[in-house]
Design a binder for this molecule. Structure first.
Ligand SMILES: Cc1cc2nc3c(=O)[nH]c(=O)nc-3n(C[C@H](O)[C@H](O)[C@H](O)COP(=O)(O)OP(=O)(O)OC[C@H]3O[C@@H](n4cnc5c(N)ncnc54)[C@H](O)[C@@H]3O)c2cc1C
Length: 367
């Protein structure tokens, strides 16, 4: 019998394979599409942040930074002695209107308790720090400016994790798992992303289509952080000489991954131009859509041992933050599988039981 089989070789599967292999476990990863055309991770924006409401998400964000900064040491292999994930540590800036201010002040208490190192300013002081941002309708803002948040190239990150896992003995094979019952292994890990519900009917993690636009602006602001305007739900960041901007519109039961082009004129451009006046002169140059692995119950992760199975663990439902949480989740699952409990960050709040009992633990800061 196999030791550990992971279903899904995306970013969560690859990270879990890496951490388990590092502990000397024999891991086989089954992936149905090794080109990863529709997988969530290559279509993501690569952002890593610690600005969340819930402490566990803040702590996972802190570990993401720690891990990403150590990629050159941790993930070097014989074939790739200098791995990188092309990090851009420009920080994050989150903007809140009066309707979200009180919640944000509570979130800041959690940031403080977790020593997240975030900064908070009044909306009226925003332009002193970010002169290119309009403060209209902004009550409060939170940001980092000390290279502890930013974004990476998701492809390169996945490739580095996968290559290191393989060097440590993991095996990646092509295969489409139709049912958990067909897998014979001492331990099974479901890392099937937004397709989790196809394998586990009692887990409400499903595909939620999100569109990202690529735009060009005559004025380039290379130091701009990844900015989320919670008054409109639109977020954006520089990408080379251009910018990427995410639509606030999301769609369940989407038939295809064609971008929702109408969102640009109707929702995204007006929101961008209102917040960053130089964006009035934007030109749309492209776009794509991908699936969030959305946990319909509460937009929060579902991680741990499935209580209805002898030997099944799972991790999904990251709802827009699975790339940055991959290192922390891979480590957490490894701790749970090899020692029976979490050793670093206690993630019991994400246990599957909460979903089965429909107990919500909502993370509000979804971008
Ligand atoms: C537009 C967009 C922007 C995003 N931006 C960010 C961001 O800035 N930061 C961030 O942290 N996250 C972001 N995300 C979210 C992030 O991409 C996901 O949360 C993350 O990729 C989930 O990782 P995963 O490994 O669980 O799923 P995936 O990356 O989708 O991998 C799952 C894999 O499992 C395979 N699989 C599924 N079922 C089976 C089966 N039955 N048999 C075999 N293989 C199977 C699939 O083929 C797939 O390759 C974004 C997502 C999108 C779409």
């Amino acid at each position: 019998m196999e030791d550990i089989i992971i279903i899904g070789g995306g970013i969560i599967g690859a990270s879990t394979a890496y951490f388990l292999s590092k502990e000397g476990r024999k891991v086989k990863v089954i992936e149905r599409d090794p080109s990863y055309k529709k997988a969530s991770f290559p279509l993501s924006l690569g952002g890593f942040r610690r600005q969340f409401f819930q402490k566990e998400n803040i702590l996972l964000g802190k570990f993401a930074k720690e891990f990403i900064f150590q990629i050159p040491d941790l993930l070097k292999t014989k074939n790739n002695p200098n791995p990188t994930a092309s990090m851009v540590p420009n920080g994050y800036l989150l903007l809140f209107g009066p309707e979200h201010a009180e919640e944000q002040y509570k979130a800041l208490e959690n940031h403080k308790a977790c020593e997240a190192g975030t900064k908070n300013i009044k909306g009226s002081e925003l332009t002193k720090v970010f002169p290119y941002v309009s403060d209209e309708g902004i009550e409060t803002a939170t940001y980092t400016d000390n290279k502890i948040e930013g974004w990476i190239d998701p492809h390169m990150f996945h490739n580095a994790l996968k290559s290191k896992a393989i060097e440590l003995g993991a095996e990646f094979v092509k295969g489409n798992v139709k049912s958990i019952s067909e897998i014979k292994a001492k331990t099974i890990v479901s890392a099937a992303g937004c397709w989790t519900n196809e394998l586990l009917e009692d887990i409400p993690v499903v595909p939620q289509k999100h569109t990202v636009f690529r735009v060009k602006c005559p004025k380039h602001i290379p130091e701009m952080p990844l900015t989320g305007d919670l008054t409109t739900g639109v977020y954006w960041r520089p990408e080379g000489q251009e910018y990427l901007a995410g639509s606030p519109n999301s769609k369940f039961d989407a038939k295809d991954l064609e971008p929702e082009w109408n969102d640009f004129e109707e929702l995204v451009w007006p929101a961008l131009a209102k917040r960053i006046p130089v964006f009035e002169e934007l030109k749309l140059t492209g776009g794509w859509a991908g699936y969030y692995d959305c946990n319909k119950l509460d937009n929060n992760a579902v991680v741990g041992k499935h209580p209805k199975y002898e030997n099944l663990y799972m991790a999904s439902g990251f709802t827009g933050r699975g790339l940055m949480q991959a290192p922390g989740i891979g480590r957490a699952l490894t701790e749970l599988i090899t020692t029976g409990s979490y050793q670093s960050i206690d993630l019991n709040c994400f246990a599957i039981d909460r979903v089965l009992k429909k107990t919500k633990r909502t993370e509000p800061y979804v971008l």
